[in-house]
Design a protein around this ligand. Structure first.
Ligand SMILES: [Zn+2]
Length: 98
């Protein structure tokens, strides 16, 4: 796993800027290479993949949690989401619009 590199100058994006682009600015906004200013847009497959990673394990978990372990289960879910958020810069792939 590696962080996306700029398609134009091959400079690696920073972990922070990819994280910001995916989780704060949203999928529709582009990410700009701070070296050559080329705009990059997240790939549809990355978006789907991240959405599946979030939804897939959580939905069955929520359905099957016994109420006496609810707090414990919530902690696991929150930890899982946090770990997932922190690793998205390694998952997200970008392309340049022509
Ligand atoms: Zn660049």
């Amino acid at each position: 796993m590696f962080i996306q590199k700029c398609k134009n100058c091959s400079k690696e994006f920073s972990w922070k800027s990819v994280l910001k682009s995916v989780w704060i600015e949203g999928y529709s906004k582009s990410i700009k290479c701070d070296h050559c200013n080329t705009k990059h847009y997240i790939n549809m497959t990355s978006r789907i993949f991240i959405a599946i990673l979030i939804g897939l394990p959580i939905m069955p978990m929520i359905k099957h949690i016994p109420t006496n372990t609810l707090l414990y289960a919530l902690l696991i879910i929150i930890t899982y989401i946090l770990v997932l958020i922190l690793t998205t810069p390694f998952i997200a792939r970008y392309h340049v619009k022509k």
